[in-house]
Design a protein around this ligand. Structure first.
Ligand code: NAD
Length: 353
């Protein structure tokens, strides 16, 4: 359903360009299943070059059974994780801020989620998703599968610095999450983050949690967190868990960055946390708000235009305050709008902002 939700973000960014002096060049690149069906590749060389040249890539969700048909070489070089690696996007920023208008859509109680405003910083191009050796050995006696969790000091420090900087620009609290009780990478993770805190960020209140405890704390008392920093695997899981604070995966945007602030470099990649939702794809019922909020992150972090980012966020809040809901965030039996209508409602709110 990538194309369905991307179409909504695209109309908003074009509107901002035409009506609110957003000074950017926009180009579109086809990526994923539809391009593969036509060309046997998931992205063209020209498309990759366009991505290389961009300040920000706004990326629709991908995934589906077709990926097993993509030739392994092509897949290895152009799948999303490979693109993140290509662009050096080691820091994944996942803000979790439930809208009061949507408290009733969360599976958690109102008093648990009231006022929650946290950011999960997930290391994105290291750890067990990339470590070697990996593979499945097939022997007459049976199979043996191996994945390798590996981190270097430098990989931990660079994502740690992004998290500390974010904490410094917010409420000054950082919680580092690992499994230092049972994993060697966890011990190094804790050692490096602790050292960074003491030497470079003594002003930040640093705490540590084990990943299993953090999963529990996220649903028990999420208000205790300001910024969380963790590795690739734990970040993947904890962010989906935290999505429920906002009511739906369809509400959670993310940014993949190579640094933050003036050093952000390019390109950075902005995308919803959710996948391609094959169960609802093509039905025009997906919630496009995570995609639209990903646009607002791009405007804030890469385009350096907080004014336009706030306009988009305000428009989303206004739509929710007016009671407009897609199916995933509507109460049973209450009317809901489709993907396209939700995009139009955000546009309508924008014109009033
Ligand atoms: P998913 O996030 O696609 O869907 C999980 C559940 O949430 C589904 O029931 C889906 O209908 C619902 N959902 C997700 N987004 C929604 C939205 N915007 N509006 C309403 N409901 C929404 O996760 P999955 O089913 O585990 O993965 C499906 C495919 O997506 C897989 O091929 C996976 O590899 C891929 N994936 C891609 C990305 C990405 O593009 N960054 C991220 C995660 C998964």
């Amino acid at each position: 359903m990538g194309p369905e939700i991307m179409a909504q973000a695209a109309k908003i960014v074009r509107w901002l360009k035409s009506n609110r002096d957003l000074n950017i060049d926009i180009s579109e690149v086809e990526y994923g299943e539809s391009y593969f069906r036509k060309e046997g590749k998931i992205i063209s060389e020209g498309g990759l070059a366009q991505c290389d040249a961009a300040d920000a890539i706004l990326f629709g969700s991908i995934g589906g059974d077709y990926v097993t048909q993509v030739p392994p070489d092509e897949w290895g070089q152009t799948r999303l994780t490979a693109l993140r690696k290509r662009f050096g996007l080691f820091a994944n920023i996942r803000p979790v801020r439930p809208f009061p208008e949507l408290y009733e859509a969360s599976s958690l109680k109102r008093e648990v989620i009231d006022g929650v405003d946290l950011i999960i910083v997930r290391e994105l191009i290291g750890g067990v998703y990339f470590g070697k050796p990996r593979g499945i050995e097939r022997t007459p006696q049976g199979c043996r599968a191996v994945d390798t969790q590996v981190y270097t000091s430098e990989e931990i420090r660079r994502v740690g610095r992004v998290a500390f900087e974010l904490a410094r620009s917010r409420r000054g609290k950082l919680c580092s999450v690992d499994k230092s009780n049972v994993m060697e990478t966890g011990k190094l993770w804790r050692e490096e983050i602790e050292h960074l805190g003491k030497t470079e960020y003594p002003d930040i209140e640093l705490t540590h949690q084990l990943a299993d405890n953090c999963a529990m704390q996220l649903v028990r008392r999420p208000g205790q967190f300001d910024v969380i920093v963790t590795d690739n695997l734990f970040g993947d899981i904890l962010a989906d868990c935290a999505a429920m604070i906002t009511g739906s995966l369809g509400m959670l945007p993310s940014a993949a960055l190579a640094d933050i602030g003036e050093n952000i470099g390019r390109p950075a990649l902005y995308e919803p946390v959710h996948g391609s939702a094959p169960d609802i794809a093509g039905k025009n019922i997906a919630n496009p708000l995570a995609m639209i909020l990903s646009l607002s992150l791009a405007l804030r972090y890469s385009i350096f235009s907080p004014r336009h980012a706030e306009l988009v966020e305000r428009a989303v809040r206004d739509v929710l305050a007016r009671g407009v809901r897609t199916k995933d965030i509507s109460k049973d039996g209450v009317d809901f709008v489709d993907t396209e209508q939700m995009g139009d409602e955000v546009l309508a709110s924008l014109s009033g902002c």
